[in-house]
Ligand binder design. Structure first.
Ligand code: SAM
Ligand code: SF4
Length: 356
């Protein structure tokens, strides 16, 4: 990118030192007119599971020095909130395995309570939920996503390699008891949980939880061939339509899922189909990794280094300037392909880095 384009994109308004300095900063609007209002933050690349579609069994995790401290993460999130971000989702790796994560959750929860942020949510594998459910609710979290791909304990162990289904289901019950609304996320895997999908939908809806099905995305090297796992949701949808009425809705949680309601089961079902359907035109989100790298698109390599900006100065001006430059480069869309001739992933980073 040439210098001039760069300069013309810098729309940094330096705030006056007033109590509502935040409102003096411009909203984040990308070159295609999309306003960025949703930040997903991967708070750690570490996880206590090793799901087959997400990680290899032997992962090398990042050294601590490269990972933003919780205070630094709070500062970056605060800068995005100043720029009009209304929804933050914490993810990972597994967000609840990061030490002292409640400190960050409480700080961001306070922004929800003050009205600066509309929603703070998280995506979790549920392994630590029994322990955290009440604290999350108290901190201001109202909704969480829990990833469960199967209700068969043996298969659960096979998929997650290290996970125990019972513990996760205890966590789900604890979260329900704490008053958290839960959505179950399940990755559709050919020949693995394919035949269980209707049963899982009945279970989730019976428990008053929405459910979202996700297509596998070609992110990161895993021990295996992804084309074996790929199950197009268009096929799943057709099979579900043979069984139930799927009524399209315009319900939207700010994320990429398209929802239907199923009168027979009394719940909502979402489809996240990055490979068979392009959802980029309404994209309102960016992703921050635990190293402070900002990805403007899940499916593109281009990124901005917010860690250097945070560490270079105690003032947030450089941080805002770097965010502005990054949003000025947000691409129109992604180009994921699962290529049968080539078993390499479309992108080398794992989902646990950008956080799904
Ligand atoms: N550890 C947490 C969890 O599993 O919910 C949060 C991080 S995980 C990366 C977020 C979501 O991404 C999960 O629902 C997971 O199933 C999904 N995911 C991971 N790798 C994926 C892939 N290659 N394709 C599609 N979804 C994937
Ligand atoms: Fe961990 Fe979530 Fe990836 Fe599974 S999907 S390995 S739980 S980060």
């Amino acid at each position: 990118m040439d210098q001039q384009t760069d300069q013309s994109r810098l729309k940094v308004t330096v705030s006056p030192p007033s109590s509502n300095a935040a409102s003096a900063r411009d909203a984040l609007v990308d070159p295609f007119g999309r306003t960025v209002s949703y930040l997903r933050v991967s708070v750690t690349d570490r996880c206590d599971f090793r799901c087959v579609y997400c990680m290899a069994e032997n992962m090398t995790f990042l050294p601590k020095s490269e990972v933003l401290s919780l205070e630094e993460l709070e500062r970056v999130c605060g800068a995005f909130i100043d720029r009009g971000v209304k929804k933050i989702r914490l993810t990972g790796g597994e967000p609840l395995v990061r030490r002292d994560i409640l400190t960050l959750i409480r700080a961001l929860g306070a922004k929800v309570k003050s009205g600066a942020l509309e929603e703070l949510t998280l995506t979790t594998n549920g392994s630590q939920l029994s322990r955290f459910a009440e604290d999350l609710a108290e901190a201001g979290v109202k909704r969480i996503n829990v990833s469960i791909d199967t209700l068969d304990a043996d298969k659960f162990l096979e998929i997650t390699r290290w996970g125990k289904l019972d513990k996760v289901l205890d966590g789900v019950r604890a979260a329900q008891a704490a008053g958290l609304r839960i959505k179950i996320n399940a990755v559709a895997l050919k020949g693995v949980n394919e035949h269980e999908i209707p049963g899982m939908i009945e279970w989730a809806h019976g428990e008053g939880m929405d459910m979202t099905l996700i297509e596998t995305m070609p992110l990161g090297d895993i021990d295996g061939d992804r084309t074996d796992q790929y199950l197009p949701l268009s096929l799943v949808r057709r099979q579900l339509e043979d069984r139930w009425t799927l009524q399209d809705t315009d319900y939207n949680t700010g994320g990429p899922a398209r929802y239907v309601t199923i009168p027979e089961t009394g719940g909502r079902l979402g489809f996240i189909t990055p490979l068979t359907h392009n959802f980029c035109e309404s994209c309102n989100r960016v992703r921050l990794t635990c190293t402070g790298t900002l990805f403007m698109c899940l499916g593109q390599e281009d990124a901005a280094d917010l860690r250097s900006a945070v560490r270079a100065s105690a003032s947030d001006d450089l941080l805002h300037q770097t965010i502005d430059e990054a949003i000025g480069r947000k691409p129109k869309g992604h180009d994921f392909v699962i290529d049968r001739r080539q078993s390499k992933p479309a992108l080398s980073r794992h989902m646990s880095v950008t956080g799904g």
